[in-house]
Design a protein around this ligand. Structure first.
Ligand SMILES: [Zn+2]
Length: 73
């Protein structure tokens, strides 16, 4: 995997524009094809504040590509 792992945008500007969005769902992914490693996905929290559950359908925060989240080991 090549590409710089740097955040170039403030979080409130990190919205997908979808013009380059693809659908790469299937194999679990941690880094998007565009190089972004921030994902929008749905989670629920436990009472202690840890993530209790997350949906495996996720969307790249930068380009909007649909991908599949990895499962925690
Ligand atoms: Zn992306």
């Amino acid at each position: 995997m090549s590409g710089k792992m740097t955040m170039t945008k403030p979080i409130d500007e990190l919205k997908p524009d979808y013009t380059r969005a693809m659908d790469i769902r299937g194999e679990p992914t941690t880094v998007c094809i565009c190089g972004c490693y921030i994902w929008n996905l749905k989670v629920s929290f436990q009472e202690d504040g840890t993530i209790g559950m997350y949906f495996r359908d996720m969307e790249c925060a930068d380009c909007g590509t649909q991908a599949t989240a990895p499962i925690e080991e």
